[in-house]
Ligand binder design. Structure first.
Ligand code: HEC
Length: 199
């Protein structure tokens, strides 16, 4: 009964909020300026697409030629997919890590700070859901990051116990590799999406 009453009394407020939201939506259409949370949604979609394409390329390569073949895919395909999605969207999409394999994955200072926050959040809630995110909009630029954690699939190339042929190939391709020794669930790095400043 209490719940029923409460629910009914909320209805008019809901209606007011809805018309207000509609009004805002109309204004932003007239303005032709996408709201900053659109950018957050677009960032999420981009990261979803990047992660999805990477994963299927990785799985296909692992199936065809094992991890040694898949190293090539990570090396060649990951940057290719990232630059295609960046061209298509106008945002700069990349993967960064404090212990990077490719020096191109070295984080900028703001990205390093977000990675630090992610890792603290994970320490506080060790079995945390996998969706750690960051979004910042200051009126001109928008920046988004999403944590990447180690799954079983990743261990053959980022784990502690690498097969000798994998270790050898990684040493050859990435002499400054810092991206092994991880355990399941560890923070591996993050996807990053940076939008061009608005004019
Ligand atoms: C077949 C080996 C292999 C597997 C499996 C693999 N990776 Fe990688 N990973 C690599 C290589 C090689 C690079 C360097 C790619 C480059 O040159 O851009 C890399 C780079 C990365 C980077 C970019 C930052 C950096 O260190 O350069 C992230 C993040 C990453 N891997 C996460 C993962 C995750 C998460 C998984 C599991 C879902 C995974 N990787 C599975 C080989 C692998």
């Amino acid at each position: 009964m209490m719940f029923h009453l409460k629910f009914r009394s909320c209805l008019p407020i809901k209606r007011i909020l809805t018309s207000f939201a509609l009004l805002l939506a109309t204004v932003s259409v007239v303005d032709a300026e996408p709201a900053s949370d659109d950018r957050q949604a677009s960032s999420r979609l981009l990261v979803g697409q990047y992660a999805g394409e990477l994963k299927s390329a990785l799985l296909a390569a692992m199936e065809q030629g094992g991890p040694a073949k898949a190293i090539e895919v990570c090396r060649d395909e990951a940057p290719r997919i990232a630059s295609r999605l960046s061209r298509q969207s106008g945002a700069r999409i990349s993967r960064v890590s404090r212990q990077h394999r490719n020096p191109a994955g070295m984080p900028e200072p703001w990205q390093r700070e977000v990675l630090e926050q992610f890792s603290q959040q994970l320490q506080q809630q060790s079995s945390a859901q996998n969706g750690l995110e960051f979004f910042q909009a200051d009126g001109r630029t928008e920046r988004y990051m999403k944590a990447i954690r180690i799954a079983p699939l990743c261990l053959s190339c980022h784990g502690a116990d690498l097969a000798p042929e994998i270790r050898a190939q990684l040493q050859q391709d990435y002499p400054y590799d810092q991206a092994s020794g991880y355990q399941l669930g560890d923070l591996r790095g993050a996807f990053s999406v940076v939008w061009e400043p608005r004019p």
